[in-house]
Design a protein around this ligand. Structure first.
Ligand code: ASP
Length: 326
C-alpha cells in the first residue's frame, strides 16, 4: 500500500535544542532529519520529506520567515504532500499559527508542534508531539481546518490557542473555547466542528510595523504619544479588563485615531472586550467614540497580526468587519 506523503519543516525551537559542548544552556541544533530519527514510528505512517528552513529560537522568527515557510508549504502540497507539519519553538507558536492560518488557502492540514523539554532532557516531549502532529496532519477529519497546534496530545485552533504557562508540558490552552480535539490512543478525535475559514491574500507591503502596548497602572502615555514619530503604522493596546485605559491614554488615543488604526484588546488572557457597558473616560464606549476598534474575542497579540496582514494587502478598511467575524 502506498503511504501518504507528509512534508515536515523544521524551524528550530526547544524541540531541536541540545546542550552544546563548552556552552551554557541548550541551543537549536537538530535538523528536521535528526528530529525524524528520534521518532521511529513515523516512517511507517508516511513517506516523509523533511527540510530544515531555519534553526531559530521562536522569538527570533519574523514575518519574512513565515512567508517563506508558506511558499514552501504551498510548493510541497502542489508536489503531492497530503499533510504539512511544522516544528518550531513554542514561545511564539500562538502568533505564528494565527499568521499562517490567515494565509493558508488549501484544504490540506498544516499542524504546528514543538516541545517544552529539549531533546536531551529526560522525558523530552518532542518525539511524542511530532508523532501526534503527524497523525493529526494525516487525518481526514483535519482537512479544511486550516492551521492547528498540536501539543501534549491536544489539538488547538490557531485562532484561540495561547501559550499559558512558561515551562509546563501542558503549556498550551484555548481559553474559553478548549481544544478542538484530542489524540486518543494514537488517533485524532475531534470534539468540535470546524469553524468557518477566513483567509487573506499574501501581503504586498511588508515593512510596516504595528506596536503592541500593554496598559498598566500609573503609566504615562509617553510611548503612545510618540507612536507616529517612531514610525509605527498602527497600534494595538492590551487594555485593562474588558478593554480599558486610563484617562490620559484615552486622550492620546483620541488624537491618534485620525492618523492610524488603534485596536484595544484585553490584557487578561481570556474573554472578550466589551462594546456597550462602560461609559467612563477610557472605557470602551469612550474609546469607540474616539475611533478605536475593540478586538472582541481576539487576543491583542493576534489582533496585531490581523492588522499587519490587512495593512499589508491594503485592506485596513475591512478591520472592523474582520474583528466582528473572528
Ligand atoms: N522555550 C521555547 C520553545 O519551546 C524556545 C523557543 O520558543 O524557541 O521552543
Amino acid at each position: 500500500m502506498t503511504k501518504p506523503v507528509l512534508a515536515i519543516a523544521a524551524l528550530g525551537g526547544t524541540v531541536s535544542m541540545q546542550a552544546q559542548a563548552g556552552q551554557k544552556g541548550v541551543m537549536p541544533s537538530l535538523t528536521g532529519e535528526a528530529l525524524l530519527a528520534a521518532v521511529p514510528g513515523l516512517s511507517a505512517l508516511a513517506d516523509v520529506r523533511a527540510e530544515t528552513l531555519c534553526l531559530h529560537p521562536s522569538a527570533s522568527l519574523d514575518f519574512d520567515d513565515l512567508l517563506h515557510l508558506l511558499e514552501w508549504a504551498n510548493r510541497q502540497v502542489d508536489a503531492g504532500a497530503q499533510g504539512v507539519v511544522v516544528t518550531q519553538g513554542t514561545d511564539s507558536m500562538d502568533e505564528t499559527a494565527f499568521f499562517l492560518d490567515l494565509l493558508w488557502e488549501k484544504n490540506v492540514p498544516v499542524v504546528i508542534t514543538g516541545a517544552m523539554r529539549a531533546a536531551t532532557q529526560p522525558g523530552a516531549d518532542g518525539p511524542a508531539n511530532l508523532l501526534a502532529a503527524t497523525r493529526v496532519a494525516l487525518d481526514e477529519g483535519s482537512r479544511g481546518r486550516g492551521v492547528q497546534v498540536v501539543m501534549n496530545d491536544q489539538i488547538h485552533s490557531a485562532r484561540y490557542v495561547s501559550k499559558c504557562d512558561s515551562l509546563a508540558v501542558h503549556a498550551f490552552a484555548s481559553p474559553l473555547f478548549g481544544p478542538q480535539g484530542l489524540i486518543i490512543e494514537g488517533r485524532a478525535v475531534y470534539l468540535k466542528a470546524p469553524h468557518a475559514r477566513l483567509t487573506l491574500p499574501a501581503p504586498v507591503l511588508r515593512s510596516h510595523q504595528i506596536a503592541l502596548l500593554e496598559a498598566t497602572l500609573g503609566d504615562a502615555p509617553l510611548i503612545l504619544e510618540r507612536i507616529v514619530d517612531l514610525g509605527y503604522s498602527g497600534v494595538v493596546i492590551a487594555g485593562f479588563g474588558a478593554g480599558h485605559v486610563s484617562r490620559e491614554w484615552a486622550q492620546v488615543i483620541g488624537r491618534l485615531t485620525g492618523t492610524l488604526p488603534v485596536i484595544v484588546g484585553t490584557r487578561t488572557g481570556s474573554g472578550s472586550t466589551a462594546r456597550e457597558t462602560y461609559g467612563f473616560e477610557g472605557g470602551e464606549l469612550d474609546l469607540i467614540a474616539k475611533g478605536a476598534r475593540m478586538s472582541g474575542l481576539l487576543s491583542a497579540r493576534k489582533a496585531r497580526i490581523l492588522l499587519w496582514l490587512l495593512m499589508g494587502s491594503g485592506r485596513e478598511d475591512e478591520l472592523e468587519h474582520w474583528l466582528a467575524m473572528i
